[in-house]
Design a protein around this ligand. Structure first.
Ligand code: COA
Length: 383
């Protein structure tokens, strides 16, 4: 396989973008990425999106976006893997460049969630319809069960869950593209409206609109454009049972464990080599469980780690979700995996402004679908 590098990135602000259509959102992000990369064409493109048909009545997103972006007749394909659609889109683009089939590929992601669709029902289509959804469970409920089990098994506390939200809002406050740029206190999190016990409003990622895109290219193209090469040194993916009840344990996300093993092997790196990590904190408990399953902390100690500040930018031990994460930056589901890559790209280029991690040269992005039925992990390195 050839070396693959990221040479450009662009995104919209995340939030309720009521005056923009899904097409406007994607095209804005993609045009910004093309301009940032300084390329005069793309060879192909991928669009990650979870459920545009149910959210806004639009399918065939590859063709729609290629048309509105004005890049016909390039091949354009929509990629779907629930909330991991963005990560999966990036992975397809990575392989297309790595294989030598194309030199310049756009990987994007988009979702428009606030146009009036029933968001909770639409998101629940990513769970097992027969054995989970028909019995009334939704994603906040599924993650609440994971949280309860983790609290029971490892003594994880309500305060530790709140520490994730406090940290991510603090980081998001420094991100101009974040949906929520306000800091929150532990008391505000623990007194916010109950959603699914023990998860409260401020434990949840929000409902968001947004788009994100990056340009991947061969090393030859990057050299010609005199780009600082941010190499993709690992791309890994794994799956697990769609329903929680089929798993041996619900406090470990096996797709995360397996994808991480593959990613570390491919990159020839270990957790202690990472200077920053973007993880899929769709609910506060998810960041805690994932931080353990990626091998950063002993099983059951993720809550303690975040409460001790070990994952904060200020501590500089291993900063998690410097972008604000899904919690504060927002979670337009199809765009999330690409926005994570953009955070790594900015950090590794030293362009993350007030949230810059000192001497960042290796970073990981972990993006997952459903309650961890799919997981995509990438590792990027500045060389
Ligand atoms: N974090 C912080 N603030 C939030 C928020 C969140 N997750 N969700 C909403 N808010 C704010 C709104 O901005 C609004 O503030 P305002 O009164 O100052 O304008 C207020 O809280 C109420 O917003 P509203 O839109 O009425 O909230 P809601 O009750 O309809 O939705 C949730 C709240 C938590 C139920 C919804 O965000 C949700 O379903 N999140 C989970 C999404 C999800 O499952 N994603 C997939 C993961 S696998």
């Amino acid at each position: 396989m050839r070396d693959v590098v990221v040479i450009g990135a662009g995104m919209t602000r995340f939030g309720e973008l009521w005056n923009k259509s899904i097409k406007d959102i994607f095209v804005e992000a993609a045009q910004n990425a093309i301009e940032d990369a300084g390329v005069d064409h793309i060879d192909s493109m991928y669009v990650g999106a979870m459920s545009p048909g149910l959210f806004v009545g639009q399918e065939h997103l590859g063709a729609v976006m290629a048309d509105y972006l004005g890049v016909n007749p390039v091949p354009a394909t929509r990629v779907e893997s629930a909330c991991a659609s963005g990560g999966a889109s990036f992975r397809q683009a990575f392989f297309e460049v790595a294989s030598g089939a194309s030199d310049i590929v756009l990987a994007g992601g988009v979702e428009k969630m606030t146009d009036g669709a029933d968001v909770t029902d639409t998101l629940a289509t990513a769970a097992d319809q027969e054995y989970e959804v028909y019995h009334g469970i939704t994603f906040p409920g599924l993650y609440a069960m994971i949280a309860r089990a983790h609290m029971e098994q490892y003594g994880t506390t309500r305060e530790q869950l709140a520490a994730v939200a406090v940290k991510n809002h603090r980081n998001g406050a420094k991100n101009p593209n974040a949906q929520f740029r306000n800091e929150v206190t532990p008391e505000q999190v623990m007194n916010s409206t109950m959603v699914a016990d023990p998860l409260r409003l401020l434990d949840c990622s929000p409902v968001s609109d947004g788009g994100a895109a990056v340009i991947l290219a061969s090393m030859d193209v990057a050299k010609k454009l005199k780009k600082n090469p941010i190499r993709v040194i690992a791309s890994a993916q794994a799956s697990d049972s769609i329903a929680l009840h089929s798993r041996k344990s619900i406090t470990t996300l096996n797709s995360v464990v397996k994808a991480a093993e593959k990613a570390y092997r491919m990159a020839d790196k270990k957790p202690s080599d990472m200077n920053l990590v973007e993880v899929h904190d769709c609910f506060t408990i998810a960041e805690i469980v994932v931080s353990e399953d990626l091998g950063f902390f002993e099983k059951g100690k993720g809550g303690e780690a975040v409460a001790n500040g070990w994952t904060s930018i200020e501590c500089n031990r291993v900063p998690f979700n410097t972008s604000g994460g899904l919690k504060s930056k927002g979670h337009p589901v199809g765009a999330t995996g690409i926005a994570q890559i953009i955070e790594l790209y900015e950090q590794l280029n030293g362009k993350a402004g007030a949230r810059q991690v000192k001497d960042a040269h290796v970073g990981m992005a972990q993006n997952m679908g459903g309650s961890g039925a799919s997981c995509v992990i990438h590792i990027l390195e500045a060389k």
